[in-house]
Write a protein that binds this ligand. Structure first.
Ligand SMILES: Nc1ncnc2c1ncn2[C@@H]1O[C@H](COP(=O)(O)OP(=O)(O)OP(=O)(O)O)[C@@H](O)[C@H]1O
Length: 296
């Protein structure tokens, strides 16, 4: 009999996580001899602690049901354990950026049929100083927007909560910049930076083609640097991000690497998968084939 450990965040998205995962479990148990153990997170940190328990107690699979914050915590817990069960993601958050990149189904019935098919791939996980991230680390302008949106605003407004916050913060932050030194697998570059993103999959923040050459299991991270420039340039770059042409713009720099060091001339805090991710200097690397993930 397979034993699955579900870690769900009842407060994520429109608060539908419990309903979704209970229905999915019911559908699976009708077909397969499976035992589900459920754990509801109550606060920050619970998802990580539960995932460590899930690894130690020998479950066959951990199912993360919530948003990007829940996946981030679950992966952090799993990465701190030597033996890792498989991972599945049932998206129930507000944005579900990582799940969207991997085209994970949101409907419980589709998730249940995926779980019955059992197709897994090895995925890389990013390491940032002593922690881990599954999709993106961002620093510079706009990257604090997710931290300033409350759980209540997300429940009521969904994704629009982020857009409203962005409308206030973006104009102010267009003026900001950091002089950043990037060391990518031993090669150094310096840019006056408006924003940089280190990405594990090929997209983030709803921009599917942000890193056109990326693969989730190539052992590499993709780094996109947006140099500080004038508003006309930024507008041009913004329109090109939707189809991946932004990387050809002279004020955008695109690299791939296994080990990336980031040093800033002034205080720089970063975001990791939508949560606070620490301060520069940063040592970021790819942990190749770290987790077996259920995929469509
Ligand atoms: N029961 C809870 N009540 C309030 N906050 C919680 C609870 N459990 C976990 N949290 C916190 O909520 C954060 C955000 O949750 P999560 O990412 O799952 O949903 P979301 O923010 O709606 O979705 P997304 O990140 O995709 O926009 C988690 O990182 C965690 O710190």
């Amino acid at each position: 009999m397979k034993k699955y450990f579900v870690i769900y965040n009842p407060s994520s998205g429109k608060e539908l996580a419990p309903q979704k995962i209970f229905h999915a479990a019911e559908s699976i148990m009708e077909i397969e001899d499976t035992e589900f153990t459920f754990f509801a997170t109550k606060k920050k940190g619970d998802g990580e602690a539960a995932a460590i328990r899930g690894c130690q107690e020998g479950f066959d699979m951990i199912i993360s049901c919530g948003g990007d914050g829940t996946v981030h915590e679950v992966v952090n817990g799993m990465m701190k354990c030597p033996e890792r069960p498989n991972l599945a993601i049932l998206p129930a958050g507000t944005v579900n950026d990582f799940a969207e990149q991997l085209k994970m189904p949101k409907a419980y019935a589709n998730f249940a049929s995926l779980l019955l098919k059992k197709k897994f791939i090895s995925i890389d996980v990013g390491k940032i100083n002593d922690d881990y991230f599954v999709n993106v680390v961002g620093g510079g302008a706009f990257t604090s927007i997710p931290h300033n949106v409350t759980v209540e605003a997300k429940t009521i407004l969904g994704k629009y909560a982020y857009y409203f916050k962005a409308a206030v913060q973006v104009p102010e932050e267009l003026e900001s910049s950091h002089n950043i030194t990037y060391e990518i697998d031993g090669n150094q570059y310096k840019f006056s930076t408006l924003l940089f993103l280190v990405v594990n999959s090929s997209g983030a923040g709803g921009f599917k083609y942000l890193c056109p050459d990326a693969k989730i299991n190539d052992g590499l991270l993709d780094l996109v640097i947006f140099e500080k420039t004038n508003n006309a340039d930024l507008l041009q770059i913004f329109t090109k991000v939707f189809n991946g042409q932004h990387i050809k713009h002279p004020k955008v720099h695109y690299y791939q690497g296994k080990n990336i060091k980031i040093i800033s001339d002034k205080d720089l805090s970063v975001d990791a998968d939508g949560d606070f991710g620490g301060y520069a200097p940063l040592e970021i690397s790819s942990v190749h084939n770290a987790i077996e993930l259920l995929v469509p």
